[in-house]
Ligand binder design. Structure first.
Ligand SMILES: NC(=O)c1ccc[n+]([C@@H]2O[C@H](COP(=O)([O-])OP(=O)(O)OC[C@H]3O[C@@H](n4cnc5c(N)ncnc54)[C@H](OP(=O)(O)O)[C@@H]3O)[C@@H](O)[C@H]2O)c1
Length: 253
């Protein structure tokens, strides 16, 4: 049985991946959707042609991850693609933030993504793909989004290294590094009142970001960066000393 597994599939880019991959693949038997909100995933599933399995689980919950591990061991699917979209960010001053929110970002964005990748890898074969949702926040430290940006640097670094490790098995990893994308992400990100200054200027459509990510994964690219603004941001983060960019960002705040 050939499957695609998508985490964070109840909303935003995860739901968009489900819709677009449903149209892209013919040789898939099932699409597995993973997130905590079952009702929202059932709604996404209504639009999918493929047989869909809705796995309501918290990716940070060890018992839930064990359930997935057991399911994989029982069904032994071939995982043709894993898309790790589950994640969140919360902006604001670190010293006055809620430490559970901060540690939760590390748990979901880094720990769970790593564990999910590890659980799925034994079921992947030649030409399988892994798509990891990093962020343009991976390119540079982000004051007022400090832990989130650090988690995404982790995802970016991990994904690029893993992509090299898996070359001999012909399994390809793509780190997706978008700037602001128009999804419910900001309902949580801005809950403490902070906003991203460049958001209005650079906000991208989720369907276009996902379309490019799927194309970049198909072409075995290690990275997917959507749009001229974010490509320029990445180039600047490489060319200009970070101390200068961080000063400009502080000024724009
Ligand atoms: N939107 C942006 O501007 C942007 C930019 C760059 C990168 N990203 C990254 O892209 C990814 C997708 O974000 P999005 O924009 O699509 O945001 P979103 O609409 O808020 O989606 C986040 C998804 O993560 C799931 N999730 C969160 N915590 C979870 C947990 N503990 N267990 C299982 N699922 C969990 C949520 O589902 P439930 O609540 O149902 O569990 C939801 O489906 C994230 O990793 C985000 O960091 C977003």
């Amino acid at each position: 049985m050939n499957v695609i597994i998508i985490t964070g599939a109840s909303s935003g880019m995860g739901a968009e991946f489900a819709l677009q991959l449903d149209n892209t693949f013919n040789s898939i038997d099932e699409i597995w959707l993973i997130a905590r909100r079952k009702e929202a995933m059932l709604e996404v599933a209504q639009y999918l042609e493929h047989t869909t399995r809705v796995l309501d689980m918290d990716v940070t919950n060890e018992a839930h991850m064990k359930r997935l591990e057991n399911l994989l061991a029982a069904e032994k699917p071939v995982i043709r693609m894993l898309v790790n979209c589950a994640g969140y960010g919360i902006m604001g001053d670190f010293s006055t933030s809620d430490i559970h929110d901060e540690l939760g970002m590390i748990d979901v964005n880094c720990r769970a993504l790593t564990q999910m990748t590890y659980l799925c890898l034994p079921y992947m074969k030649k030409n399988s793909r892994i798509i990891q949702l990093a962020s343009s926040a991976a390119f540079l430290p982000q004051p007022n989004f400090a832990v989130y940006a650090a988690t995404k640097s982790y995802v970016y670094s991990f994904s690029r290294a893993l992509n090299q490790e898996l070359r001999s098995k012909k399994i390809y990893v793509t780190a997706v590094c978008p700037g602001p994308v128009d999804t419910p992400f900001f309902d949580i990100a801005e809950k403490n009142g902070s906003t991203l200054a460049v958001k209005k200027l650079t906000m991208a459509r989720a369907d276009l970001v996902v379309e490019k990510a799927i194309a970049d994964s198909y072409h075995k690219r290690e990275k997917s960066v959507y749009g001229p603004w974010i490509k320029s941001f990445e180039a600047a983060a490489k060319a200009v000393p970070h101390s200068i960019i961080l000063e400009i960002m502080r000024f724009l705040k």
